[in-house]
Design a protein around this ligand. Sequence first.
Ligand SMILES: *[C@@H]1O[C@H](CO)[C@@H](O)[C@H](O)[C@H]1NC(C)=O
Ligand SMILES: *[C@@H]1O[C@H](CO)[C@@H](O)[C@H](O)[C@H]1NC(C)=O
Ligand SMILES: *[C@@H]1O[C@H](CO)[C@@H](O)[C@H](O)[C@H]1NC(C)=O
Ligand SMILES: *[C@@H]1O[C@H](CO)[C@@H](O)[C@H](O)[C@H]1NC(C)=O
Ligand SMILES: *[C@@H]1O[C@H](CO)[C@@H](O)[C@H](O)[C@H]1NC(C)=O
Ligand SMILES: *[C@@H]1O[C@H](CO)[C@@H](O)[C@H](O)[C@H]1NC(C)=O
Ligand SMILES: *[C@@H]1O[C@H](CO)[C@@H](O)[C@H](O)[C@H]1NC(C)=O
Ligand SMILES: *[C@@H]1O[C@H](CO)[C@@H](O)[C@H](O)[C@H]1NC(C)=O
Length: 429
Amino acid sequence: MRWSSLFASQAAVSSALIATTLFTLSASAQDRTTEQGEAQITDPNQECTPYYYAPVSAALAANQFPPIWTIATILPNDTNAQAKYQSIQSQIPNIQPNGSPASASTGDFSSFTYPSSDPDCWWTFDACTTPKLAGLPPDLAGVPEPDTLGYGFDDGPNCSHNAFYDFLSQNNQKATMFYIGSNVMDWPLEAQRALADGHEICVHTWSHKYTTTLTNEEVFAEFYYTVRFLIEHTIKLVAGVTPTCWRPPYGDVDDRVRAIAHALGLRTIIWQYDSNDWREGFNNVTVADVDQNYEYLISRAQNGTYATGGTIMLTHELNNFTMSEAMKFYTQLKAAFKYLVPMGVATNQTQPYVETNYSLPSFDQYISGTTTVTGGVPVATAGSSSSTGSGSSSGKTNSTGAASRALYDSFGILAAGAAFVGFSVKLLA
Ligand SMILES: *[C@@H]1O[C@H](CO)[C@@H](O)[C@H](O)[C@H]1NC(C)=O
Ligand SMILES: *[C@@H]1O[C@H](CO)[C@@H](O)[C@H](O)[C@H]1NC(C)=O
Ligand SMILES: *[C@@H]1O[C@H](CO)[C@@H](O)[C@H](O)[C@H]1NC(C)=O
Ligand SMILES: *[C@@H]1O[C@H](CO)[C@@H](O)[C@H](O)[C@H]1NC(C)=O
Ligand SMILES: *[C@@H]1O[C@H](CO)[C@@H](O)[C@H](O)[C@H]1NC(C)=O
Ligand SMILES: *[C@@H]1O[C@H](CO)[C@@H](O)[C@H](O)[C@H]1NC(C)=O
Ligand SMILES: *[C@@H]1O[C@H](CO)[C@@H](O)[C@H](O)[C@H]1NC(C)=O
Ligand SMILES: *[C@@H]1O[C@H](CO)[C@@H](O)[C@H](O)[C@H]1NC(C)=O
């Protein structure tokens, strides 16, 4: 997918232009300064007209962030980031970036040679989700709870998402939103809506590149400015939370990238099925293909494939089509699976953020109808030992225990065929 051209128009909007737009729009009685006001706009064209949000504009103007939609690097005078980066050096394995810098945008690894033994557990190569580097937890690829779909969407916030989020609210359905830092900068009030609606927010990097192609510092900065800076200064500015989970764009992750994520307190979440909704219109992928992928998952859920452990499918908050597909198949998914829950709920991550004053329901709470536990002290549930952590990397969850590990290990291959369209990796004999 040509992300650069897709996003070019957005990235080109300067704050000066946004300010002009705001002035024009203020005549039209829409409140585009608060989450609630923004959530009430129903015309997609109006939703997607840029607005001015002072905290983000000020932070951008003060050069506190890398430019949006470009590969993040540590800003030259950002001593906090430099110190943090230095502090995790010993945790980063000596693995070289994959492919050439050009692969960061295209994912073309055709001139890259890589040993067939997959020494780095490179997902793009063979859908590996169990790290080979000691000390790293396995990726979450399926969910442990039977007949359960880990329900989530990549690439948001999309400017036109109100119809979709309204739909989710009407169905009292929560999901995990994997947000791109640059999109949050563009659409901060839309990011705020996710939290207000009780969804779970995870990180989907700063600029949506193939992360295994990036240098250590770039990988760090893609996380750091999304997690620490973005979250403490942007999502935190906007939403006030610091996520503890991330999903690699295109699934492109290996042990080097996992190690940097882990050092920053981020769990890696992947998937087992790709709806290919994001490819519709590219590489001959049609609406019928995407429908078929949804239907395939639904028929498997109906025939008992997930009777002992649930699964995750890759779906997107990318555009009108991907959100419309999610709505079109919602009722069927609900009927085929017993439960559709956010990833954090599926794994009893009752404290999904570093901040201790925001909680998700446990799986049992959620399926008994308590779908939101926002603010206040975390609600303790029997067996849910995870709500006492402070957000540091230890003691937070038991979802990486031996039982879960065995479960995750048995998954991970199904999505491979679809995911590898367009890739070819040379093997060292
Ligand atoms: C870094 O430098 C830029 C440009 O010189 C300046 O605007 C910004 O305030 C500085 N940031 C910090 C954190 O010192
Ligand atoms: C799309 O389909 C056409 C006609 O079948 C074919 O020639 C072309 O190679 C296909 N393109 C891709 C990217 O698969
Ligand atoms: C469900 O259907 C799939 C696809 O046809 C098949 O591979 C699988 O064995 C079936 N599972 C069960 C439990 O029947
Ligand atoms: C968000 O969705 C709208 C409607 O489909 C689309 O026009 C727009 O390009 C999307 N935005 C991004 C950043 O992909
Ligand atoms: C898709 O676009 C149509 C036309 O603008 C709009 O009515 C509909 O609500 C949109 N659907 C979603 C899910 O955004
Ligand atoms: C949590 O605490 C922070 C300040 O530490 C505050 O900004 C935020 O609004 C609180 N969130 C909730 C949901 O109470
Ligand atoms: C979540 O908590 C419930 C209640 O304690 C427990 O039965 C279930 O096994 C837990 N699930 C996971 C995946 O940890
Ligand atoms: C966490 O999981 C391990 C391995 O399954 C188990 O031995 C341990 O008792 C669990 N800890 C808690 C607090 O549930």
